[in-house]
Design a binder for this molecule. Structure first.
Ligand code: NAD
Ligand code: ZN
Ligand code: ZN
Length: 525
C-alpha cells in the first residue's frame, strides 16, 4: 500500500490519504499528535514525510505523489499543514508531486469523500504496474537463441478446422524478431479467415494478430528491439526508411515494405519459420501469427512498449480498439460538438463511441441489431441507441430514421463497424447533406461490393475508409499504451472473456460467436 498524500512540517501536521484501504484521513498535528501518539516530537520526526523525503528515504519508490489539500482548511491557514514544505523537499530530490489545491474545501469528510475515488484510482494503477512487473519477472528464462523452439500453436488446417498442435519455430533471420506470445485477443478478422470468408486466406496457417509479446531473440541487423523487450505486433508495418513515401507521409500508415510477402503468408525472404511435427511448412498470417506460444515477426512490425504495461490488456492495441479510436481521431478528425452515428457495437464500434466521446462529440447514435450491446455503448458515451432490426418506425430504413428522424439532415460523421455492405451504404446515406463523412472500417466478405446513388456524393457526402485507424504502428502504438497507463484511455472494459492457454483458443472463438463477447483474451503464460 502506498501513501498518497502528505504533509507538513514545522508546527504542522501530516495529512495522509491511505488510498487503497478505506481509512481515509489521519491528522497528526505535530506537537500534540507526535507527543500523544509517539511519545515525543523527536520520535515523531521519524514519521515526518518532509524530513523522510529530504533524507532520501523512499528514493525511486514513487513515480508520483498525490496531494489533495482543501483551500479553506483551518489547519492550512493556521500553518499546521504546510504542503509547500513538502513540495519544496520533493523538488529538491527530483520527486514528482501532483498537488491539487481544492478550492472551497475545508478539512471535513465532504473533502475526503469528494477525492477518495481519485486516490483509489491513483493507487490501483500503481499496484497493477507492480503486479505485472512481478509476473513478467517470473517468466522462465530461455536460452534458445539460434535454436528451433518446440511449442504449442493453434493451426488452422482449413475452413473451421483449427486445433492445437506441436509446432517448431525457427530462429529469426536478418531483420526478424522471435517473440514469446504472452496474451492474444481474438479479432473478427481471424474468424473471417477461419470461416473461409477471406479469399486470400491460406491454409495451413497460424492465425492471430492482436497480441502482447516478449522478445526472445533477434536476427542479424536488428537494432530497435532486444531480448526481453515487450512488443505489440502490428499487421501494418512501419519501415521508416527515408525513401518510403508512405512512411514519410503523414497522410497514411500503409507502408508497403513487406506487403506482398505478408499477403502470401511468408516472411520477407519468402520462407516460413513454422513447421509442423511432420516437418511440413505452416503459413504466417497478417505478418503476426500470434496464436502460437512463439512466433517470428519482422522488426518493422514490432511496436515496443514499456515493460510495466500489462500485455494481457495492451494486446488490444494491436488491432480493434486502436482501429476504432484512430478512425475517429485520425481518419475523420471528429471535432468537438459533432454528431456521430456508429453501426455495429463490437469492440471496434464501441471504441469509435469512446473515441467520439473523448473528441467531444455532442451526439453519438449507436446502432446494432443486438440490443444487448446498448448498455456498454451508453456507458462509453452513446446518447441514442437504435435497434436497426426491431426498433425502427414502420416503413423507415435506418438511414431515413437517422437523417430525417433523429436528426434533421443527418450526422456529421458515420462509421461502419460491421463489414456488411448494405450497412456501409446506410452509414453513408445517414450522413449530413453537404459535408457528412462516412468511414468504412468493417472488412467485407469476399466478392461483396459497395453501392449507392452517385447523387449521395454529388450532394456533398464523403466516403472514406481506414486500416488500423491510420496509426503508424511503431510510432503510435506506444503512445496509445502510454495514454492507457496514465488512465486517460481506459480499455479494460473491452475484455469480457479470459482464457488460459493457447489450447483454449477454440473456447475463445465460441465465446466470440456468443453475441455478448467484445474481446476474449487468451493468456499463454
Ligand atoms: N479496418 C480495419 O483496420 C479493421 C480492424 C479491425 C477490425 N475490422 C473489422 O471491423 C469490423 C468489426 O469488428 P468487431 O471485432 O467489432 O466485430 P464484432 O462482430 O464484435 O461486432 C460487429 C457488431 O455488428 C453488429 N451488427 C451485425 N449486423 C448488423 C447490422 N446489420 N446493423 C448494425 N449492426 C450490426 C453485431 O451485432 C456486432 O455487435 C469487422 O468487420 C472487422 O473485420 C477492421
Ligand atoms: Zn483485427
Ligand atoms: Zn515504409
Amino acid at each position: 500500500m502506498g501513501v498518497s498524500a502528505c504533509q507538513a512540517k514545522g508546527g504542522g501536521g501530516i495529512l495522509y490519504f491511505f488510498g487503497v484501504l478505506t481509512k481515509l484521513s489521519y491528522i497528526f498535528r505535530r506537537k500534540k499528535a507526535f507527543t500523544g501518539y509517539l511519545g515525543s516530537v523527536k520520535a515523531g520526526e521519524a514519521h515526518d514525510a518532509t524530513l523522510l523525503l529530504a533524507s532520501g528515504a523512499g528514493k525511486g519508490s514513487f513515480d508520483d505523489i498525490l496531494i489533495d489539500q482543501g483551500s479553506v482548511d483551518d489547519f492550512l491557514s493556521s500553518g499546521q499543514l504546510q504542503p509547500q514544505a513538502f513540495t519544496a523537499a520533493a523538488s529538491a530530490v527530483n520527486q514528482t508531486v501532483t498537488y491539487n489545491l481544492r478550492e472551497g474545501y475545508d478539512h471535513g469528510y465532504n473533502f475526503v469523500s469528494s477525492f477518495a475515488s481519485s486516490h483509489i484510482e491513483f493507487h490501483s494503477k500503481r499496484m497493477k504496474k507492480q503486479v505485472n512487473a512481478i509476473r513478467v519477472d517470473s517468466l522462465p528464462p530461455t536460452d534458445m537463441t539460434g535454436k528451433v523452439i518446440e511449442c504449442k500453436a493453434m493451426v488452422a488446417r482449413g475452413v473451421k478446422n483449427m486445433s492445437c498442435e506441436t509446432i517448431f519455430v525457427s530462429p529469426p533471420k536478418a531483420g526478424e524478431v522471435r517473440v514469446k506470445v504472452v496474451a492474444n485477443a481474438l479479432c473478427h478478422t481471424d474468424i473471417y479467415t477461419l470461416d473461409g470468408l477471406d479469399p486470400e486466406g491460406l491454409f495451413p496457417a497460424i492465425l492471430g494478430h492482436e497480441a502482447g509479446c516478449i522478445v526472445e531473440s533477434v536476427g542479424e541487423g536488428v537494432t530497435t528491439v532486444k531480448p526481453g523487450d515487450h512488443v505489440v505486433p502490428g499487421y501494418t508495418p512501419q519501415c521508416n526508411k527515408p525513401d518510403c513515401i508512405f512512411c514519410m507521409s503523414s497522410k497514411t500508415n500503409l507502408c508497403p515494405a513487406i506487403r506482398s510477402t505478408q499477403g502470401q503468408g511468408v516472411m520477407p525472404d519468402g520462407t516460413t519459420r513454422f513447421k509442423d511435427k511432420d516437418g511440413k511448412e505452416i503459413f504466417h498470417f497478417m505478418g503476426c501469427s500470434t496464436m502460437a506460444e512463439y512466433t517470428v515477426l519482422a522488426e518493422i512490425s514490432c511496436a515496443k512498449i514499456p515493460k510495466e504495461a500489462p500485455l494481457d490488456k495492451c494486446c488490444l492495441f494491436g488491432c480493434g480498439v486502436s482501429t476504432g479510436l484512430g478512425a475517429v481521431w485520425n481518419t475523420c478528425k471528429v471535432e468537438k460538438g459533432a454528431s456521430v452515428a456508429v453501426f455495429g457495437l463490437g469492440a471496434v464500434g464501441l471504441s469509435v463511441v469512446q473515441g467520439a466521446k473523448m473528441a467531444g462529440a455532442s451526439r453519438i447514435i449507436a446502432v446494432d441489431v443486438n440490443p444487448k450491446k446498448f448498455e456498454a455503448a451508453i456507458k462509453l458515451g452513446a446518447t441514442d441507441c437504435v435497434d436497426s432490426m426491431n426498433g425502427l418506425p414502420e416503413g423507415k430504413t435506418v438511414q431515413q430514421y437517422i437523417a430525417g428522424g433523429l436528426t434533421k439532415w443527418g450526422v456529421d460523421y458515420s462509421f461502419d463497424c460491421t463489414g456488411i455492405v448494405s450497412v456501409m451504404r446506410a452509414a453513408l446515406e445517414c450522413s449530413h447533406r453537404g459535408w457528412g463523412t462516412s468511414c468504412v472500417i468493417g472488412v467485407a466478405a469476399s466478392g461483396h461490393e459497395l453501392s449507392t446513388r452517385p447523387f449521395q456524393l454529388v450532394t456533398g457526402r464523403v466516403w472514406k475508409g481506414t486500416a488500423f485507424g491510420g496509426w503508424k504502428t511503431r510510432t503510435d502504438v506506444p503512445k496509445l499504451v502510454d495514454s492507457y497507463m496514465s488512465g486517460e484511455l481506459p480499455i479494460d472494459q473491452y475484455i469480457t472473456h479470459n482464457f488460459s492457454g493457447v489450447d483454449k483458443t477454440n473456447d475463445a472463438v465460441h465465446a466470440l460467436h456468443s453475441g455478448t463477447c467484445l474481446r476474449a483474451v487468451c493468456k499463454y503464460c
